[in-house]
Design a protein around this ligand. Structure first.
Ligand code: PPS
Length: 402
């Protein structure tokens, strides 16, 4: 008794200091909690959104007019781990969709993860940004994206079997939209009718196209660099195809079929005899967008078609992903601070909750070829009538069309 009384009197001061520190800490933490709740409630929460918890909604109704003054609007974002990652496990490094792993079977069962028919096809033309856009959109908790690569390469043009389309699709939860980048479809746009009839009559289409002159330069730069780095592998590629008998076989395909890869850009776009711009070259013909867009618009209803300007996407990706969110009817997710410029001047998504977000993995970059003023003018003049036609068909204007 005597010892404990002596101890208390000896450390009385220390006890008092500790007590006051604890009191101050709890007051501070409480203050922080109130502050963060207020921040979440600044925007109008989406009542239907599964991500908005009940307590946030109750707090929101308690807020008064003055609470909105001086407040910067922020998106309501409270996603659970399951909503954020869906059927795929958080990867150990940046991936942007490559090599992702499925979560455990019990989680897949609980989330009702299944392979489902795609809801959206991204109609990309090479080097217009479709792969980049698909990678960005895949970060959205209600979207699961996939490129048409590997054994799925050219699926949209060659696979005429609904079961296989489902088999090739990524796993998704019932609330996620499945989005597939079908870069080849512009070359086989006649298939869209079949896709609507056999795969999904409500399929949405996102077309992304950019200044055709810049596209041609980028296409050439990419192929030149690629050829320099891995000469054999780049012109041909082994893919695995599943035959009608269900057996997987290796198939050798020429990914760059139809392309010539000369040393100079002018040889890639000019007719060798006349010296005129020639649409015999893929670098040129791929930029005549009106050809496939006209067919697409004749088959797909306008409300199921979104056409994106790739130049706008490169400069302001936020405005583009926002318009996609609205087009697909998914919850607003992306924010301005989610996009940062990298050393090449491109925006990369850097999202706190998605440590796998970031710039696209290094692709063959290199330098743009030197193009003389006169050749540039010639190419732009070649595309002008096609671009005007495109604007008329789409009732949409593009800064690069004139
Ligand atoms: N944020 C961001 N990051 C990287 N790249 C961007 C971005 N926004 C637009 N772009 C443009 O996208 C071009 C590559 O097109 P894709 O994504 O369709 O790639 S590919 O055609 O499948 O190779 C790419 O072409 P290059 O500039 O020649 O590399 C860019 O012009």
């Amino acid at each position: 008794m005597g010892i404990s009384r002596r101890l208390i009197s000896r450390f009385k001061g220390v006890f008092l200091v500790a007590l006051s520190i604890l009191t101050l800490l709890s007051v501070y933490l409480n203050h922080q909690r109130v502050k963060s709740n207020t921040k979440v409630c600044v925007t109008k929460p989406r009542i239907n959104s599964p991500s908005v918890s009940k307590s946030i909604l109750q707090n929101a109704t308690l807020l008064k007019e003055r609470d909105f003054k001086n407040a910067t609007p922020t998106e309501v974002r409270e996603w659970s781990r399951d909503q954020m990652w869906g059927c795929y496990a958080p990867p150990w490094k940046k991936r942007l969709m490559f090599g992702r792993k499925l979560r455990s079977q019990s989680i897949l069962d609980r989330l009702d993860c299944l392979k489902r028919v795609p809801d959206v096809l991204v109609v990309g033309v090479k080097k217009c940004g479709s792969q980049t856009l698909t990678g960005f959109l895949d970060l959205h908790p209600e979207i699961v994206g996939q490129y048409e690569t590997g054994d799925r390469y050219n699926q949209c043009c060659v696979v005429s079997n609904r079961t296989k389309w489902i088999q090739y699709s990524p796993y998704s939860t019932p609330v996620e939209k499945t989005l597939v980048d079908v870069i080849k479809i512009a070359d086989c746009v006649g298939r869209v009718k079949w896709i609507l009839e056999e795969i999904n009559p409500a399929m949405k289409f996102i077309v992304i196209i950019r200044d055709p002159y810049k596209r041609a330069v980028s296409d050439f730069k990419h192929l030149r660099e690629a050829e320099k780095i891995r000469k054999r592998l780049l012109t041909t590629k082994d893919i695995t195809v599943i035959g009608e008998d269900g057996i997987r076989r290796k198939k050798h395909v020429n990914v760059y079929e139809g392309y010539n890869i000369p040393r100079k850009f002018e040889y890639a776009v000019l007719d060798s005899k006349s010296g005129n711009i020639s649409d015999e070259h893929l670098y040129i013909s791929k930029g005549i967008y009106v050809n496939f867009v006209r067919q697409l618009i004749g088959t797909v209803s306008r409300q199921n078609l979104l056409v994106i300007d790739g130049e706008v996407f490169a400069k302001d990706p936020l405005s583009v992903v926002k318009s996609v969110e609205r087009f697909l009817g998914v919850t607003s997710f992306f924010k301005r601070e989610d996009f940062r410029k990298n050393f090449k001047g491109y925006f990369c998504p850097v999202i706190k909750e998605r440590p796998d977000s970031g710039c696209l993995p290094f692709k063959a970059s290199g330098h743009n070829p030197i193009v003389s003023e006169s050749l540039q003018t010639k190419i732009k003049a070649f595309y002008r009538p096609y671009n005007r036609e495109l604007e008329e068909v789409l009732q949409q204007t593009f800064k690069w069309s004139h």
